[in-house]
Design a protein around this ligand. Structure first.
Ligand code: SAM
Length: 206
């Protein structure tokens, strides 16, 4: 009994699901105007992983940005989280207005439909993302990615766990691919993992 309430408390702490579309908008502008053109300059089909995606705002933002450049059948977006409830909500694609505060009127018009006081993400965007359960601390990592986005989760991990996770991400990435981290999650000694700084909060695998 005590163990199960401890476990609940632990899960509550580890699954703080706060997210929003275009979280830290300036970084997504760098992604849109620098990173995506760079990646598409090398390959016409991109494989992307949004790790610890919570309720889906992050992978859907990626799909909205990519749809400006290429047809969404040319991208594979995997979105994973530990929390099954968050993934169920992500698949629904229904959001309160507060999750959209960084969304421009144009993007809102192109990719959302209003349903009462909520907004539903368009089906083409929803269909371009595959959601799966994955625990960054315990599960095997998939591979072959051109872009990995992992933001606002590393803060919960110990230094030792972070080192293992960065190593795993590095192995999951193709050469010259990009790793995008959260705005308080700069990597100390990126070269240890085969990364070099590409832009603030973006690393390139060398
Ligand atoms: C604050 S949210 C970040 C959401 C999104 N990446 C963003 O930046 O807006 C943190 C997410 O990390 C997930 N998480 C926590 N520990 C995890 C683990 N070991 N493996 C995978 N996901 C985890 C939580 O379930 C939660 O959805």
């Amino acid at each position: 009994m005590e163990n199960s309430s401890l476990m609940d408390e632990f899960l509550d702490r580890m699954t703080i699901n706060v997210s929003e579309f275009y979280r830290n908008r300036k970084r997504f502008e760098v992604l849109e105007h620098k990173v995506i053109p760079y990646l598409l300059g090398k390959k016409k089909r991109l494989k992307i992983w949004s790790a610890a995606c919570s309720t889906g705002e992050e992978p859907y933002t990626l799909a909205m940005i990519l749809s400006r450049y290429i047809s969404l059948d040319q991208v594979d977006i995997l979105a994973t989280d530990l929390d099954r409830n968050a993934l169920d909500r992500a698949k629904e694609g229904l959001y309160h207005e507060r999750s959209l505060k960084e969304v421009t009127p144009q993007v809102k018009h192109n990719h959302f439909t209003k349903e009462g006081s909520y907004y539903r993400v368009g089906k083409d965007i929803r269909d371009s993302v595959t959601f799966k359960e994955h625990n960054l601390l315990a599960d095997n990592y998939p591979g072959g990615f051109d872009l990995i986005v992992c933001r606002n989760v590393m803060i919960y991990f110990t230094e030792q766990a972070k080192q293992v996770i960065y190593q795993n991400f590095s192995q999951a990435m193709n050469e010259e691919s990009i790793f995008f981290v959260g705005s308080t999650e700069q990597i100390f000694s990126p070269q240890k993992y085969g990364f070099e700084v590409y832009d603030t909060f973006f690393y390139k695998k060398v």
